[in-house]
Design a protein. Structure first.
Length: 174
């Protein structure tokens, strides 16, 4: 993952980055905020697709590849005041992807502090304009997540053109 806070770290603000071939991951810790980032083709694994090139630049295929995702979170939050946030990001996946994997999410009460709050205002792009959020063991489409108060204000789109993708990257870096 290009931004990987899986060490229990806290108090990070990750904004206006262009991330290639992956998104963000948080494990434990608190007060990590991700906003206005552009994640490009989170489902592309260079080491699997071009092993010789990957070896030349030092990439290695993971022993057990993780499923593609924009954000992965494994963290129950002690209070709303210490929760992470994931807002106004753009994430692109060429194939089907679990855009969000919220492993500590309580599917029967997702707003109980077990997911980043706020979470919303994001733009998701995929080949067939499909969205998947994994909340614990449950899998939701965007409308299902939003009906539960999760990822409100986020939108789903077809893949951007090359020009649109470059404009998104320029906007994030401006």
């Amino acid at each position: 993952m290009p931004i990987d806070h899986d060490d229990g770290s806290s108090a990070w603000v990750d904004t206006r980055n262009v991330l290639l071939w992956g998104g963000t991951k948080n494990l434990m810790g608190h007060d990590k905020h991700s906003a206005r980032n552009v994640m490009v083709f989170v489902d592309f694994l260079p080491a699997a697709v071009a092993p010789r090139l990957a070896e030349r630049v030092g990439w290695s295929a993971p022993q057990e590849p993780k499923p593609p995702m924009c954000a992965g979170v494994v963290t129950p939050y002690p209070s709303a005041a210490t929760a992470d946030s994931w807002t106004n990001n753009s994430c692109i996946a060429a194939s089907a992807a679990s855009f969000l994997r919220l492993l500590s999410c309580n599917a029967s009460a997702p707003l109980d502090g077990s997911i980043p709050a706020p979470l919303g205002g994001n733009r998701y792009f995929s080949t067939n304009a499909s969205y998947e959020l994994r909340c614990g063991g449950a899998v939701w489409a965007l409308a299902d997540a939003q009906a539960r108060g999760v990822d409100v204000g986020s939108t789903l789109h077809a893949l951007p053109t090359t020009g649109e993708l470059l404009e998104m990257a320029r906007g994030a870096l401006a």
